[in-house]
Design a protein. Sequence first.
Length: 108
Amino acid sequence: WLYHLVIGGSVFYTLFLEIGFPFLVWNRRTRWVMICLSVLLHTGIGFLMGLGGFSLFMMVLLLSFVPPENAVAFLETLKGHWRSVARGRLGAPIPSAAGKPQELALHR
């Protein structure tokens, strides 16, 4: 009975998402819910059915529904995070000793 419950729930979930997505993705209130549900659906398809390429392609297509200002804000946050990580991992230059060029010390 558990198998039938999971498979039946998956069928209803897929039908709701695929039929409702074109209508609900344009509403600002439900856009993020539909995008997140679609990512979950295609992640499950990728793992359970072995269709990784299809799932990645569909997730890239989902990016077209992300508003540009949100995408830019996310990329700026990511850029700041990576800069702080790079500053933390790359140490300050070693002080030069008697005319030797400075070297960059890498710390772990």
